[in-house]
Design a binder for this molecule. Structure first.
Ligand SMILES: Nc1ncnc2c1ncn2[C@@H]1O[C@H](COP(=O)(O)OP(=O)(O)OP(=O)(O)O)[C@@H](O)[C@H]1O
Length: 901
């Protein structure tokens, strides 16, 4: 599991619950995972297929979401596709049912409409799980109910032994139950993670929708864009969306717009430009919601109070999914609170109406809060916290507490005297001495407190009213479209004791709005207050030049992404780029050690980044290798990995297929050995013979070859070449290999014959082997004399005459080539070490190949054991080789033991 995590995703440790869920799925158990947005749920269904080599089917509600995930997975080297209405490639479905993909996404509509033949074929090919992402859509009690989700249970009968995994970021107990019942989960393993998004700063500001406010907002957002950071501005109406978008564009900020009245093409285009960082600001209604898989959104602004705390959590949760510090601001205006009636109009019955109203009231309460916002949010989702978070506006604001007992007394008693039949406005007007007709008609101008609240503005009183509601001194109720504020039992108690004790203190933390109103007489947020209330932890650790380097490297990533037509985050995350800027690795080995760097990245982009880091660091006068990482291995093969793998410039991949091309690239460009290629990125290694066949295929397709080296590694000397030539002439044909092999001594392998024939096919025989016998190709070892009489029965048992050349091979070519360690040898030797403690095992020397063979033969081997095994080499050399192999992702370390990746 760890091997797949590092190899494909570049991470060295699992986040909470990931391992547990993956293990349960591998054990065949159904799971229900309720984990916060951005907590890493996807990996729970993306790792099992990489471990089991069977397909994971993922049902996901939105095509845009699937497309983004497929794009991202492909960049990691994970075979992935989707099935849905926008899939233009008609062969995907056919390939999918043959098990061609690791991860196969599909819409619920597609999942329930696929013929049972598809499922039985896929099951025959291998299916390791069925995941239902955003599983809350199953429940009518969830906030995104989708009728097709309800029908997914029909798959249960088709996929009897396949574990089902339901995943969601928000689910109450009731929704969880619905999911479980509807999907017919069988005693599922349930995981409920924390809802806390500790990297998010939460803040609230009041606003008005004037142009001056919008231009302040634009100014703030432009700072984020200038820093290359992405922002989403959620508006509650299409009108607001258009207004804010226009203001941004007029100020020269590249911004996208997204709302339900746009055509699907325009929406897709908008979405695409945002995830590819072509625009850094997206102004949208909540229609731009669930489908956002972009991990590096740094700021989410809600321009208007959201309709519920659930949707606020979900939408603000689009921020900082990569775990880096990010900011969520909510701007509200008191008039937003009157929208409850509008939302309630969606209700089908009284119960639903109450549910909508309760959620909206909670959102309103969140706006008016003067205490820790995170605590409030978590409490709302049933998670108790004893301490304040220190990462929200109320926690970080200079504490401004004051005894407001007199003001509270005035407001409460005024509301009580007005009979609790009004909203907040009328009693506040009474306090402020209004003689409006309604007030005079009701004789409220005769009340004792009439005009006694003139010192504060109306908005200040409303803010106090909000506090008194939040702390249950006032009660807000809604009847039809009217809201009434009355004094609660707690408020009544306060009034009675305040009366008697004359001045019992009631200390409140003043809200930001109240402070603003007292200081400036208006509640517009301060100029320059900006969106960045707290310096991010990472930013604090960066020097100015490191920040510059970070920005430059973001540009390098952007350019690369544009060149290959993908999103920058799909190449690697912001945190990885931060680490590059901080550590400034000078070699591929150092780069590979950085979290977030996976095999695919190493083979495609490491060279570009190493070069840019070196050059830009030089320009900025920053030293390289500023990292706490161990000293870089000096193994030339390791250095090579950073240096060479460039994508091919010709069209060979199409002809050759990935595996053959990769084998050839690794051999030719990286100078990997056959054995190392056999293990490269494979849980189950392929045979060395297959590697050789792949490279020969590449050569036949025109790939450049160093034939001297190839012959040397296959063991094909000029003597053997001569013998093969003779054998062919004896047999009279080279169409079948077996008769040729039978004419030759046992030590002449099928690989040698194939190599000879390929070289002959290229007309290079004379050049490579010379015209005669002995000269031409340097041989590392003395060959036994060749004579036809040595021909053996080798291969006769397992190969008929018709065996095609590409499939014919010997069992263990490296062993026959007289290498230090054969594939079986290390295990035996190591066993001896285990049995006899420090007993010497001879003087075997460590080479990359022999160490690799040893690690491959053991299920975890420590440095000590490897060092003991290779008595002929110094411990440091052994360590160096191990580190080299580790940084190339050929092996990895787990609990101090080396294992094959
Ligand atoms: N073990 C890990 N170590 C470091 N980063 C990780 C790990 N697992 C996942 N991540 C990263 O965390 C981010 C969020 O992961 P993911 O998209 O799976 O979240 P999610 O829980 O599915 O969120 P959502 O509910 O929004 O869909 C991604 O950038 C992912 O690469």
């Amino acid at each position: 599991m760890e091997a797949a995590l590092k190899g494909y995703f570049g991470y060295s440790t699992f986040r909470p619950y990931q391992r547990e869920i993956i293990q349960k799925v591998l054990d065949g158990r159904d799971c229900l995972a309720v984990m916060a947005t951005g907590s890493g749920k996807s990996i729970c269904y993306q790792i099992p297929p990489l471990v089991t080599k069977k397909t994971a089917v993922v049902v996901s509600p939105l095509l845009s979401l699937m497309q983004d995930q497929v794009m991202s997975l492909k960049q990691k080297g994970v075979k992935s596709e989707y099935l849905g209405s926008t899939q233009m490639n008609s062969s995907v479905s056919n390939e999918a049912e043959k098990g061609a993909f690791d991860v196969l996404y599909m819409t619920p509509e597609k999942a329930i409409s696929l013929p049972s033949r598809f499922w039985s074929n896929l099951q025959a090919a291998g299916i390791c799980l069925l995941a239902v992402d955003e599983a809350h859509c199953i429940s009518e009690w969830g906030h995104d109910f989708r009728i097709e989700y309800k029908q997914l249970h029909s798959l249960r009968d088709l996929l009897v032994d396949v574990p089902f995994v339901a995943l969601t970021a928000t689910a109450t107990e009731r929704v969880r139950q619905d999911i479980s019942t509807s999907l017919v989960l069988r005693s599922p393993h349930v995981v409920v993670g924390s809802f806390d998004r500790h990297n998010l700063f939460y803040g609230v500001k009041t606003c008005n929708r004037s142009m001056s406010f919008v231009s302040e907002l634009v100014k703030d957002v432009s700072k984020k864009s200038a820093a290359g950071e992405s922002t989403i501005i959620y508006c509650t109406t299409i009108r607001d969306t258009e207004q804010v978008h226009e203001a941004l564009v007029t100020s020269g900020i590249k911004a996208g717009i997204y709302h339900g009245q746009m055509g699907s093409r325009a929406r897709e285009e908008s979405h695409r430009s945002f995830i590819r960082d072509e625009v850094l600001v997206m102004v949208a209604t909540i229609a731009f919601g669930m489908g956002i898989d972009k991990p590096d959104v740094r700021c989410v602004i809600h321009y208007g109070c959201p309709k519920s705390l659930e949707s606020y959590y979900q939408e603000s949760g689009r921020c900082g999914r990569d775990g880096l510090p990010s900011i969520c601001w909510l701007y509200y205006q008191r008039s937003d609170f009157t929208k409850a009636d509008f939302y309630c109009s969606e209700a089908k019955n009284g119960t639903q109406r109450k549910a909508i109203m309760d959620s909206f009231m909670a959102a309103q309460k969140y706006c008016l809060l003067a205490t820790c916002r995170r605590r409030f949010l978590l409490q709302y989702f049933g998670e108790e916290r004893n301490t304040d978070c220190g990462n929200c506006d109320n926690c970080t604001a200079v504490k401004n507490e004051r005894d407001l007992s007199k003001e509270a007394f005035l407001l409460l008693s005024c509301i009580k005297s007005c009979g609790g039949r009004w909203g907040l406005n009328l009693p506040i007007d009474v306090l402020r001495g209004s003689r409006a007709k309604k007030i005079v008609d009701k004789n409220y101008d005769k009340l004792q407190m009439h005009g006694r609240g003139k010192d504060y503005s109306s908005n200040w009183w409303k803010a106090l009213g909000g506090l008194l509601i939040a702390y249950d001194y006032l009660k807000e109720t809604v009847h039809d479209t009217f809201r009434f504020v009355s004094v609660s039992p707690k408020g009544v108690k306060f009034l009675s004791t305040a009366d008697k004790m004359d001045g019992a203190p009631l200390v409140f933390q003043l809200t930001a709005e109240m402070i603003e109103l007292e200081e400036h007489g208006s509640s517009h947020h301060k100029e320059g207050g900006g969106l960045n209330p707290v310096p991010t932890l990472e930013a604090e650790k960066f020097s100015e030049d490191e920040s510059k380097l970070y920005q430059m490297l973001l540009n390098v990533r952007m350019k690369l992404a544009q060149d290959i037509g993908t999103a920058p985050y799909a190449i690697c995350g912001d945190q990885t780029i931060r680490n590059f800027a901080k550590m400034r690795p000078s070699t591929g080995a150092r780069l590979a050690n950085i979290d977030g760097v996976n095999q695919h990245f190493i083979s495609r982009f490491s060279n570009i980044f190493i070069q840019n880091i070196a050059q830009l660091s030089k320009e900025l006068n920053l030293p390289l290798d500023n990292s706490p990482l161990p000293a870089p291995p000096t193994n030339p093969a390791v250095e090579n990995i950073a240096g060479l793998p460039k994508p091919l410039q010709n069209n060979l991949p199409g002809i050759l297929g990935d595996a053959k091309l990769t084998a050839w690239e690794l051999w030719h460009k990286q100078e990997y050995s056959f054995l190392k290629i056999a293990y490269f990125r494979r849980a189950v290694p392929i045979k060395e013979q297959t590697v050789i066949a792949y490279i020969l295929d590449a050569a036949r397709e025109g790939c450049e070859m160093d034939w001297s080296r190839f012959c040397r590694e296959v063991g094909l000397t000029p003597d053997i070449a001569t013998a093969i030539r003779l054998a062919i002439s004896k047999v009279g044909s080279h169409d079948k290999l077996k008769p040729i092999k039978e004419e030759l001594p046992e030590n002449v392998t099928y690989e040698m014959i194939k190599t000879f024939l390929t070289i002959e096919g290229h007309g290079l025989s004379e050049q490579v082997f010379g015209s005669g016998t002995a000269d031409g190709v340097p041989s590392r070892r003395a060959e036994p004399p060749i004579s036809s009489s040595h021909a053996s029965e080798a291969g006769r048992d397992d190969m008929g005459d018709g065996v095609p050349a590409a499939e014919a091979s010997d069992a263990n070519p490296s062993a026959k080539r007289g290498q230090n360690v054969s594939a079986e040898e290390p295990a035996t030797k190591l066993q001896r070490i285990d049995e006899h403690g420090a007993e010497s095992t001879g003087t075997a020397t460590a080479t990359e190949e022999s160490v690799l063979a040893l690690v491959a033969s053991c299920n975890g081997v420590s440095l000590e054991d490897v060092a003991k095994h290779f008595k002929g080499s110094k411990r440091e050399s052994v360590l160096e080789i191990l580190e080299g192999l580790e940084s190339e992702f050929t092996i990895y370390k787990k609990n101090g033991n080396y294992m094959i990746l």
